[in-house]
Design a protein around this ligand. Structure first.
Ligand code: SF4
Length: 371
């Protein structure tokens, strides 16, 4: 079983954020939230061990290290951990210090996910994120720690060989304001040239997921350029041994995110935080989106998923990650599939249905049409 932990507090507000964040909540509020979360962990009835935990949205590192440790201990005591458990901490640049990195590792975190988004300072200031100099400074801290703790294969910019040290992922976003064509590619080149510890890259497009202020539309690259930029980044990453294992995720061998893969495989998932939607033994649960109901331990809803519901969700995840086998796609809309193959948005390879190279900005539309 895998588990998401979301901490609904942020240290500052990003301009494109579509969530109600509680950026300026006092420490007391955080302590109430942590105590409630621990209570929920202790009262959850499941005998399944955990094989991955992801401390994700909004900003988990807005909690102090003692609070993070208490949540992990509660999970370990209640469910037990598989020996090769992956525990990811998503952190902002601001919270990276040598001291924190050492503590995070001591309290079980073995994977870090860091939001970079772009190295264009004008853009970073526009979206209210830390600027390039701060990013570089923090990445230097991590690089120094890796040098101290791991063996480096200096030649050819190969990654560090580490046993028992953090694995690191960074996020980029294409389509941010003021970022010109090829700038994301150059940012990725710069990062990979200077930081050998990075073994996972997520490359998102802003519009699909976030609130996109209207005035940004003319400040970003054109839609057709987006596709070109994405494909050239993908080709570059593949040359650097980063394999694409989902449309937005690239990893070096052995560094695919276990947690992502469990999610896309529709495995049992525990998510006990405010606003969570989760899935356990064929039942979908949703927690309330407000503190009053959440603290009263109410559920927003609970529904039994039919086999067909699960099939549709699996199709959605499978095509984003890999391909559809014949016995799956033969149950989908054949006319629409034929149409999209004609448009080179889908492709047949050895009887398997895969994405063509022009699908990037249309993936959600294609999925909706073929199921
Ligand atoms: S984008 Fe993430 S870090 Fe930024 S305000 Fe929203 S939830 Fe917080």
């Amino acid at each position: 079983m895998f588990c998401y932990i979301h901490i609904p507090f942020c240290q500052s507000r990003c301009k494109y954020c579509r969530f109600s964040t509680f950026a300026w909540k006092a420490d007391l509020d955080k302590e109430i939230y942590v105590n409630n979360l621990i209570g929920r962990i202790q009262n959850t009835e499941s005998q399944k061990k955990l094989n991955s935990i992801y401390f994700w949205w909004w900003t988990p590192t807005s909690l102090n290290n003692n609070q993070l440790e208490r949540i992990i201990s509660a999970l370990k005591n209640r469910f037990g951990f598989d020996d090769d458990i992956e525990i990811t901490l998503e952190t902002t640049i601001n919270n990276i210090t040598e001291e924190n990195l050492i503590i995070w590792q001591k309290i079980w975190f073995n994977r870090l996910s860091i939001w970079i988004q772009t190295l264009n300072n004008r853009s970073l200031k526009e979206i209210w994120r830390p600027v390039k100099e701060q990013i570089i400074n923090k990445l230097d801290i991590i690089e120094n720690l890796f040098r101290k703790n791991c063996h480096s294969l200096e030649e050819g910019n190969l990654p560090y060989i580490c046993t028992n040290w953090l694995s690191v992922s960074v996020d980029f976003i294409i389509w941010l304001p003021y970022v010109k064509k090829w700038e994301t590619l150059n940012d990725i080149k710069f990062i990979l040239k200077n930081y050998n510890f990075i073994n996972h890259i997520s490359l998102y497009m802003l519009e699909e997921y976030y609130d996109y202020p209207k005035k940004w539309q003319n400040l970003s690259i054109a839609e057709e350029d987006f596709l070109e930029e994405y494909l050239i980044c993908k080709n570059y990453l593949e040359k650097k041994w980063f394999k694409r294992y989902e449309l937005s995720n690239f990893a070096r061998a052995w560094f695919e995110c276990k947690h992502n893969k469990a999610y896309w495989n529709h495995e049992n998932m525990l998510a006990l935080w405010l606003w969570a939607h989760w899935f356990l033994d064929g039942i979908r649960y949703a927690n309330p989106d407000n503190f009053i109901d959440y603290y009263s331990w109410k559920l927003d809803y609970k529904e039994n998923l039919t086999k067909y519901d699960i099939f549709l969700e699996k199709v959605m995840f499978w095509i984003r990650t890999n391909w559809l086998e014949k016995e799956i796609y033969k149950n989908l809309n054949q006319e629409k599939i034929k149409y999209f193959v004609g448009q080179k948005l889908l492709d047949f390879q050895d009887d398997k249905l895969t994405l063509g190279d022009s699908w990037v900005t249309l993936i959600d539309y294609i999925i909706k049409e073929i199921v």
